[in-house]
Write a protein that binds this ligand. Structure first.
Ligand code: AMP
Length: 377
């Protein structure tokens, strides 16, 4: 198959969650079909796709069957084994590349990559023993954050170390997994930039947004972030530098800390659509999902512009999901539900977007009032 992918070509998506679902919906609008690889029966992505291979991500036979059914392969789930990735890449084009995925799979590789690319991060060190942790904390200072290097998300696999007594306790919780310790950033805000890069080097970035977490899970995104033009440019430059250095083909989110002195530190990269970009479905002519599909299909990349400012609120767990009838009845809330049957605590079930005319993102109280149907407030 040659690029650009012609209409009716099939995009293979590894992972069956909401990111795959919304990518498949954007792909359908551009005349493509999607085929999902997921271990889950009745997954959010497969519900809206032309085909599905239900299997774990490791079985060579299933990976071959999946690859045979598609023209290009992309990911909404990053933690496929190196062997699985290599097998897929030997069969069909994989975008973003396996090398890009490997950087994002391991926090040590990721932080080393960022620093090598000239992107500042919190100070960090690898930890293989309690003695190494103590030595690292002697250099980095307290508080610090101890994290597993792999498979951590939504705050899972991390412990904050505030006092010297926390070191053996935190180490005991996470060991024997490979670990990284980072300096704790007393940030003013968390921001992120979602950007896309094409095979021809074309680059598009949405403006930086502000992200608020609750119980380590993204709760609210404010678009744009309330930051000055110099900070916005610094955040965009970091995203551009990361995309360029990775030779990215596809979509990328960079999560960053805005420090109290105005400097910006990168925390994490995700070479896929990102929760902090969901607002773009409703507030932009071309969403993050459309840019993702365009980049991997070799189509022209439009500018990542927005026609409106926006607030996005996640619907997490049973309580917020129970607000669905009120959300549907509330004027101005744009509802999105992901087709998940069971609303376990902490599970992302959907989101709502509220649009505001460009340049009129309101103050905190007005935002809370606009979301009253979701929060019950
Ligand atoms: P992560 O899994 O690295 O994205 O971390 C999840 C969340 O934990 C981040 O969004 C921050 O709210 C918090 N966090 C992670 N690392 C640090 C750090 N070095 N300093 C302060 N907060 C952190």
């Amino acid at each position: 198959m040659r690029f650009p992918l012609p209409p009716n070509a099939t995009i293979g998506i590894v992972g069956g969650g909401q990111l795959g679902r919304m990518s498949a919906m954007a792909a359908a609008r551009l005349g493509y079909r999607c085929h999902i690889l997921t271990p889950e029966e009745d997954s959010p992505a497969a519900q809206v796709s032309a085909g599905v291979t239900v299997s774990d991500y490791e079985s060579p036979a299933a990976l071959r069957e999946f690859a045979a059914a598609v023209d290009v392969i992309t990911f909404e789930f990053e933690n496929v084994s190196a062997e699985g990735l290599d097998l897929l890449a030997s069969l069909k084009p994989v975008r973003p590349s396996p090398a890009t995925l490997r950087v994002s799979q391991d926090r040590l590789v990721e932080k080393a990559f960022l620093n090598r690319a000239g992107v500042p991060t919190a100070p960090w060190e690898a930890v293989r023993s309690l003695a190494e942790l103590e030595a690292a904390v002697a250099r980095i200072g307290l508080p610090a954050v101890l994290k597993t290097t792999r498979l951590g998300y939504d705050g899972k696999g991390q412990v904050i170390l505030r006092t010297p007594e926390d070191l053996p306790r935190g180490f005991g919780v996470l060991y024997p997994k490979p670990l990284i310790v980072e300096g704790f950033v007393d940030f003013a805000a968390e921001i992120s930039v979602v950007c896309a890069r094409g095979a021809d080097g074309g680059f598009s970035a949405f403006d930086a947004v502000e992200n608020r977490h609750r119980d380590h899970i993204l709760d609210l995104t404010l678009a744009p972030a309330r930051i000055g033009p110099a900070t916005a440019a610094a955040a965009r430059d970091i995203a551009a530098r990361v995309a360029e250095t990775l030779d990215l083909v596809g979509l990328l989110a960079v999560e960053m800390f805005l420090c109290r002195d105005g400097s910006v530190l990168a925390n994490e990269i995700a070479p896929r659509p990102h929760n902090s970009g969901h607002w773009t479905i409703d507030a932009c002519p071309a969403s993050q999902f459309e840019l993702h599909v365009r980049a991997i299909a070799g189509l022209p990349l439009p500018d990542a512009v927005r026609h409106s400012d926006a607030v996005m609120k996640n619907l997490v767990g049973p309580e917020e999901t129970a607000r669905w009838p009120a959300i549907l009845a509330a004027p101005g809330l744009i509802p999105h539900l992901y087709g998940k049957v069971v609303a376990n605590p902490g599970r992302k079930m959907g989101h709502v977007t509220r649009l505001f005319s460009r340049g009129t993102l309101p103050d905190e109280a007005a935002i809370q009032a606009a979301l009253a149907a979701v929060t019950g407030g």
